[in-house]
Design a protein around this ligand. Sequence first.
Ligand SMILES: [Zn+2]
Length: 341
Amino acid sequence: MPYTRRSFLTASAIAAAALCSTRSAAGLLGSAGRPARVTRRAADTYFEWKKVAESCHVASGEGGNTLAVLAGERSLLVDSKNGGFGPVLRREAAALGAPVAMLINTHHHFDHTGGNPAFTGDVEVVAHVNAAARIASGFEMSMGAARRSIQQLRQSGRPGAGRVVADIEEWLRSGPTEKDFHPTRFIPSSGSLSVGSLTIEVHHTGAGHTDNDLIVRLPEHNVVHAGDLLFNACWPYLDPTNSGADTAGWIRACRKIVELCDERTVVIPGHGEVGDVEIAQRQIGLLSRVREEAARAVEKGVARDEFLKTPFPEYEQFGLPTIRPFTLGGAWDEASRDAGK
Ligand SMILES: [Zn+2]
C-alpha cells in the first residue's frame, strides 16, 4: 500500500493510541482497579514492566500494550509495538527471567506487529491467517513509525532512549523488507498453544476490530490479552475499509471476552490501563451506542461530515480524541454499506 495521505492519517491515529494509557480517568478503570503491584525498571531499562499477575508483566507505550509471561526456562510475548522496538522488547522481556520463545500478534496493525523483525528469524511468531497480507501491506506504515520514533526518542530524555535509537538506526540500515515482519505460524480459528508448561488459549470470533483479531487467554494465570478489541477509556479505532472491521462482530467478540472472564480476571486492553471484565462491558456499550446513532443518521440522510459532530456526552472525557473521527466515520461508512447506500 502506498504511503498515501489516508495511510498517514491512519498511522497518526494509531500512533496516538499509544498515548491513551496515561490519560484514562481513574473512575473509568475496572472496579477492581488492579493497580500494578510491582514495577520492574532498572536504570538502563526503557520500558516500565508492570507486574499484573504472577509471572505476567505488561509494558505500555510505543504502540499497543505488550504482555510478557514467564514460563520456566522460556517466555511468551504478546504484541511487538511500533517498528524498531523489537530488539528492546526482546532484551527486556528476557531480562525479566527467560528468553522469548513465542510471540503472538493479536492483530495486524503496525503498532502491534512493528517489532516482529527482531523475532521472525528464530522465534515462533503466531498470528491469525488473515493477518498475513495485511501485515505485508502495512510495511510502509511500520517503517514510517520507526523513523518518527527516532526523532521522538531523541527529544524524550527517557532512560534507555539512546540505546533504543541505536537499535532502530541499526535495523533501518540493515534494509528491512516485508518478509521480516511475516509471522511464522498462522492460526485459522480458535486453538491452543503452549510454551513449556504454559497453556495458551487463542480465540477468534470473526471480524471485529479487524478481520484477524486473536483473544489470548492464559487459564493458569487468569489473564486475558484482548488486543484492540478493547480500548480502555479511549475512543476505539474503527476501520471497516482497510482492516475488515465490523462493529456487530466486534460486539460479539467483546461478549466472548466477558464469557472468558470472572470477576478476578486481569484484562489487558490493546490501549489504556490494565483492568478487569468491566472494560469489555463498557466497550460493548460504546460500540452499541455508536452503531445505533450511525444507523439512525444514515437513515435520515445525515452526511458523514455532519455525523462526525454528533455529541456523545458520556464519552467526551475519553482519551484519544484524535481517534474519535475514525470511530464515528467508520461507523457511518459501515451503516451506509449495510443500508445499501
Ligand atoms: Zn489495532
